[in-house]
Design a protein around this ligand. Structure first.
Ligand code: MTE
Length: 318
């Protein structure tokens, strides 16, 4: 089992309101708890974070990222998740999300674009070649993983719809389905989960729409059928189960920024020099490793992305 103190992993206002949230879940929380405690025998059991447990090769057979860091095992990536629509706990989300309907699935791309269009997932998979991208994911709570995603760049999709000259930002929205996502019945957050990027960040070649991992279909707990991955930003920017992408003129709202603006800025670039108000961001725990390692500026992608922020005071625009 992977254990981190709950006070370390949970934003204070959420931690304090946890009991209220559980109350809000009502009957769904009861069934969720039952599923977690005694899930079907065939369900994958959360396994330890030891890299040697991994028997699933990524599509390319590559076993490390460009820094030589080992891939996080499939079992860990799929059993240690943040997905507040289902639970505040990290383990067992796969079982909780098992009945989420994801087929058919459509993503509406619109706003300030010349060619607004609603794409079925199949259209997207046909239109854009799926490539493997091995990225580090650094969660704002201080843990990290190395994940071999499959997907295509957001830039490819945005070029298709042709943003107008007024478009400055991209706003993303998760599916709204309180029947199947019990967390969305809680008044704790401004649902559905939303996120945003500046247009140049969205068009950057590192910014991925992921549809798979380890060469397989994206598991529901990791954001199936399609999620964003922005590897130089804290993990919460990488919004799951996307149904709507809008080009907009003003900086869009996002769930975490709306909920606790002093703790979660719009940019949220990984920055070891700017502490979260309640903890340092200078080190991280790579899941599967003993001890902590130093966090790298922009999560190790500074060479590719630092220029996007030239002239900005990153302690102010955190
Ligand atoms: N997207 C939605 N819709 N809901 C969430 O709770 N959690 C975020 C992000 N995307 C979240 C989300 C956070 S905090 C992190 S760290 C990553 O998803 C975790 O992705 P993973 O579970 O695939 O590791």
């Amino acid at each position: 089992m992977i254990k981190i103190r709950s006070s370390e992993i949970t934003p204070e206002h959420v931690y304090l309101n946890r009991r209220q949230f559980m109350k809000g879940l009502g009957a769904a929380a009861v069934s969720a708890a039952v599923l977690t405690a005694c899930g079907p025998a065939s369900a994958p059991k959360p396994s330890g974070p030891t890299p040697t447990l991994d028997t699933t090769p990524p599509a390319s057979g590559t076993q490390s990222d460009e820094l030589g860091d080992a891939l996080t095992p499939y079992e860990v990536i799929t059993n240690y998740n943040n997905y507040y629509e289902f639970s505040y706990d990290k383990e067992g989300i796969g079982q909780l999300a098992a009945n989420l309907p994801i087929s058919p699935w459509a993503v509406a791309v619109g706003g300030l674009v010349k060619n607004p269009k609603t794409y079925g997932l199949e259209d997207l998979l046909k239109k854009f070649d799926q490539q493997e991208r091995i990225y580090r994911l650094r969660c704002v709570e201080g843990w990290s993983m190395v994940i071999p995603w499959m997907g295509f760049t957001l830039a490819q999709l945005l070029k298709e719809v042709e943003p107008t000259s007024d478009a400055q930002y991209v706003a993303f929205q998760t599916l709204s389905d309180p029947d199947n996502m019990p967390g969305q019945r809680s008044p704790q957050f401004d649902w559905p989960y939303s996120e945003g990027l500046r247009l140049d960040e969205a068009l950057h070649d590192l910014t991925l729409l992921a549809t798979g991992l380890y060469g397989k279909e994206l598991p529901k707990q990791d954001g199936a059928p399609i999620r964003l991955v922005v590897p130089w930003k804290y993990g919460f920017k990488s919004i799951k189960a996307i149904v709507k992408i809008d080009l907009v003129a003003e900086q869009p709202k996002s769930l975490w920024n709306t909920s606790a603006p002093h703790e979660y800025g719009f940019y949220s670039n990984v920055n070891p020099d700017v502490a979260h108000p309640r903890w340092s961001q200078s080190t991280e725990r790579r899941i599967g490793e003993a001890g902590r390692r130093k966090t790298l500026p922009f999560n190790g992608y500074a060479e590719e992305v630092a220029a996007l922020y030239d002239g900005m005071d990153l302690s102010k625009y955190y």
